[in-house]
Each structure stands twice: as structure tokens, then as C-alpha cells.
Design a protein. Structure first.
Ligand code: NAP
Length: 304
């Protein structure tokens, strides 16, 4: 970690604003609860069907959090736990059954899937109107063409965080130089499209990008989603930048860290999201919002 005395602190910045994802997610869940109340008036209870294949410990924790959030906001969740011997055809059959079930508004197949199951084939089988993860090529295509659709929960949650921060501090992504680290279809790629649609000038970095430090040093906004612990050094951050850390990693001492060197970065950034308690809770709250949106669209009941 860079020693404090070695850092160029620029214009006497103190600590960055803490982008408290836990608090922002609680507000978002409260908003979704109201929307679900409007669906109830229209006679509908939104349903989320979740498939968990195998016994990946991290996936089990994520799914538990999602089911709990459903209970809190009033979404009826169905969890199907399947052994890691499940075949691709069996999983596709389950997706087909949920596609045809009128009580199911959202379908979520928890990733990663065990070896031997083609992840893409499963994602492609989910009806785009029920694709609350926003990974289906139809929904990614809508996002790429700047049209409304279901958007991946993590990047949508990041946009909500930026909007809350922007309203409080008079900040906007429009006209800013943004760097997104990562180009996965689950995080980096939709993130870069959302920021492009919000009028930022976006650079997408990945494992083949030379001079990552140089690219980050130019950025007014950094979204780190590389999946590499503390890849982004605090000293690389431009003074006054907004930093969103999507990464989440278990350290040897049992604690969690992100893709950004948090302690050093917050001395330079204007705002930064912590790990834990940053993007993670926003992702789950956004999933609830996507379920409400999917139910509203499919059942023809306005919620906003
Ligand atoms: P992923 O599919 O592994 O993608 C990682 C991306 O980062 C790839 O595009 C990769 O480049 C790029 N990358 C890897 N090493 C790099 C390096 N040294 N320099 C620059 N780019 C590099 O991961 P993901 O699913 O997008 O997730 C990323 C991180 O976010 C993970 O830590 C994951 O656990 C976390 N995550 C958190 C949440 C949440 O709710 N908080 C949700 C989803 C994911 P290539 O394309 O060239 O391989």
C-alpha cells in the first residue's frame, strides 16, 4: 500500500464521501415495496423463480440474500436447489416450465453453473420478458441500442448509486471521462453501455489493456470490475474522481476487500463505494426492482 507521506494529495482533499450501498439499497427496497403494493392493488403478486445448481458456497450465500430480499418487499420466491449432476437438458426443461408459468414474472439461474452445462444456452432459453438478470442477448441488445429493457442488476445498481450521489452533490456522469475495468456481459459491458447512454465518454479496460494506471489517472469516474483484489492503486486515482468498486474478495484473514486499494483511494477520490456495504446490497435491491418491472410489463399494471 502507498504510504500516506508518499502520496500527492493534490488540493488538500480530506476523505471521500462514503457511497453507503446498504443505506441506498434500503431506500430502493422501500421504493420497490411501494411498487409491489400497486401491483397488489391490480391483483398481482410478482413471482421470482430461482435455480441453484450445485453447492458453490458463494452462490448459496447470494441466493439466500436474494430470497430474503424477496420476503422483505413482497415478492413470492420459489427456490429450486439442484444437484451438480443435473444435466443441461434438465435445467433447460425447468426454464421452459417457468417460461410458461403465468405466476412466474422473473427467472434467475444462479451463475456460475457446474462444468458440462453451457451457461449461454441456459441464459438464451430464458424468456427475455422474464430475464430479471438482464443477461439475455435481447436485453443486452436493447441496452446497446439505448432502448428500455431489463438491465443487469449490478451495473443498474451502480447507476442508482451515482444518481443518489449526483442529486446530493450536484454531480452527473454526463460529459465525464469514465473508465470501466472489465468487459463481462454481467458487469463491465452493460456498465459501459449505461454510462455511454448517460453521456459519459467511456473507456473500457480489460486484461489486455496496456498502462491501466495511465487510463485510470485520466478518469473522472472509475468503475472497477476486474475481479482482482486491490488491482487499482490509490495513487492512480485522479484527485476528485468518483470510484465505484464492484469487486468482492475474501482475504486470508477472513475479511473482504474489493478491486480498489480503498484506504489510499479515499484520500484522493471525491466519493468511493466501500466493500462490503457498497455495490453488493445495491445489486440485490436492483434485482427486486427488475422483478417489479418485469411483473408490471407482463401484467400490464403501471407501478411508477
Ligand atoms: P469476470 O467475468 O471474471 O470479468 C472480469 C473482467 O475483468 C474481464 O473483462 C477481464 O478481462 C478483466 N480483467 C481481469 N484482470 C484484469 C486486469 N489485471 N486488468 C484489467 N482488466 C482485467 O468477472 P465479473 O463477473 O465481471 O465480476 C468482476 C468482479 O465483480 C468480481 O470480483 C465479482 O466477484 C464481482 N461482482 C460483484 C457483484 C456485486 O454485487 N458486488 C456482482 C457481480 C460481480 P478479459 O475480458 O480480457 O478477460
Amino acid at each position: 500500500m502507498t504510504a500516506l507521506a508518499d502520496m500527492d494529495l493534490g488540493a488538500a482533499r480530506v476523505f471521500a464521501v462514503n457511497l453507503d450501498g446498504k443505506a441506498m439499497a434500503a431506500l430502493l427496497r422501500a421504493e420497490v415495496k411501494q411498487q409491489i403494493g400497486r401491483l397488489a392493488v391490480g391483483g398481482a403478486t410478482p413471482g421470482l423463480a430461482v435455480a441453484l445448481v450445485g453447492d458453490d458456497p458463494a452462490s448459496q450465500v447470494y441466493v439466500k440474500g436474494k430470497v430474503k430480499a424477496c420476503e422483505e418487499v413482497g415478492i413470492a420466491s420459489t427456490l429450486r436447489k439442484l444437484p451438480d449432476t443435473t444435466t443441461q437438458d434438465e435445467l433447460l426443461g425447468l426454464v421452459d416450465a417457468w417460461n410458461a408459468d403465468p405466476a412466474v414474472d422473473g427467472i434467475l439461474v444462479q451463475l456460475p453453473l457446474p462444468k458440462g452445462i453451457d451457461q449461454r444456452a441456459v441464459i438464451d432459453r430464458i424468456a427475455p420478458t422474464k430475464d430479471v438478470d438482464g443477461f439475455h442477448p435481447h436485453n443486452l441488445g436493447l441496452l446497446a441500442s439505448g432502448r428500455p429493457g431489463l438491465v443487469a442488476c449490478t451495473p443498474a445498481g451502480v447507476m442508482r448509486m451515482l444518481s443518489v450521489y449526483g442529486k446530493a452533490y450536484g454531480w452527473t456522469p454526463a460529459g465525464k471521462r469514465a473508465v470501466v475495468i472489465g468487459r463481462s456481459i454481467t458487469v463491465g459491458r452493460p456498465m459501459s453501455l449505461l454510462l455511454t447512454n448517460a453521456d459519459a465518454t467511456v473507456t473500457v479496460c480489460h486484461s489486455r489493456t496496456p498502462d491501466l494506471a495511465g487510463r485510470i489517472g485520466e478518469a473522472d469516474l472509475v468503475v472497477a470490475a476486474a475481479g482482482v483484489p486491490q488491482l487499482v492503486k490509490g495513487a492512480w486515482i485522479k484527485v476528485g474522481a468518483v470510484v465505484i468498486d464492484v469487486g468482492i474478495h475474501r482475504m486470508a484473514d477472513g475479511g473482504l476487500c474489493g478491486d480498489v486499494e480503498f484506504d489510499a483511494a479515499r484520500l484522493r477520490a471525491a466519493a468511493i463505494s466501500p466493500v462490503p456495504g457498497g455495490v453488493g446490497p445495491m445489486t440485490i435491491a436492483q434485482l427486486m426492482r427488475n422483478c417489479a418491472l418485469a411483473a408490471s410489463a407482463r401484467r400490464g399494471i403501471a407501478i411508477d
